[in-house]
Design a protein around this ligand. Structure first.
Ligand SMILES: CC(C)(COP(=O)(O)OP(=O)(O)OC[C@H]1O[C@@H](n2cnc3c(N)ncnc32)[C@H](O)[C@@H]1OP(=O)(O)O)[C@@H](O)C(=O)NCCC(=O)NCCS
Length: 168
């Protein structure tokens, strides 16, 4: 568990599958443009599969996914650390439940998880990748101190921006 001041980040648990499904479904209009797994037919089976896979990845040490809760216990989104960029980088990914957007929550969560990531052995930098059209995500990364280091055109023709923050 990570204490993020007004928020708490907790490793995902299987019993939150129903709430995860509700959170995703009510956020689909905002998630669909940027997250390929967020589709109109998203349902409980998708949440169960995700939670099983998140559990396995945590045990393997490749990905560390947390549910985000408010101080009063609302499940408002998800944030994770990913090792896929290489041994010295932690990549942060996230999404927020739409009714809770625009209140600074994701910036708070990113700052808290970044503080943890930079203390991990061998980590020299933390990264966030986002679509160039994703102004909200760009702003979260900027506010959390991440600056652009590269951009590339993906196979689908979109522009992906990488922002990074050094560990020290
Ligand atoms: C992007 C997202 C994580 C932001 O979460 P949040 O809790 O609302 O973020 P914060 O409140 O901490 O900060 C949002 C900032 O972006 C700005 N913003 C949000 N949407 C915006 C938009 N469409 N255009 C311009 N600015 C926008 C807000 O004004 C705020 O900046 P400010 O504090 O300078 O006013 C959330 O909207 C989301 O989950 N979107 C869909 C999924 C997604 O894109 N995930 C990231 C993939 S890389």
């Amino acid at each position: 568990m990570i204490n993020a001041g007004t928020l708490v980040l907790k490793r995902w648990e299987p019993e939150w599958a129903d709430e995860l499904t509700a959170a995703v479904r009510e956020s689909l209009p905002e998630l669909k443009p940027f997250l390929p797994w967020a589709t109109d037919d998203y349902e409980l089976s998708g949440s169960r599969a995700y939670l099983a896979s998140a559990d396995q990845s945590w045990e393997k040490g490749t990905d560390f996914q947390y549910a985000i809760f408010t101080a009063v216990g609302d499940l408002i989104g998800s944030i994770g650390l990913h090792t896929r960029m290489g041994p010295d980088v932690m990549e942060i990914g996230y999404w927020l439940r739409s009714p809770f957007a625009g209140q600074g929550h994701m910036t708070t969560a990113v700052q808290a998880l970044t503080r943890v990531a930079v203390t991990l052995p061998g980590i020299t930098r933390v990264a966030i990748k986002h679509d160039a059209r994703n102004t909200g995500s760009a702003r979260v990364a900027e506010k959390a101190g991440f600056t652009e280091t590269s951009r590339r055109v993906t196979d689908s023709g979109d522009t992906e921006i990488t922002r990074e923050r050094p560990a020290a």
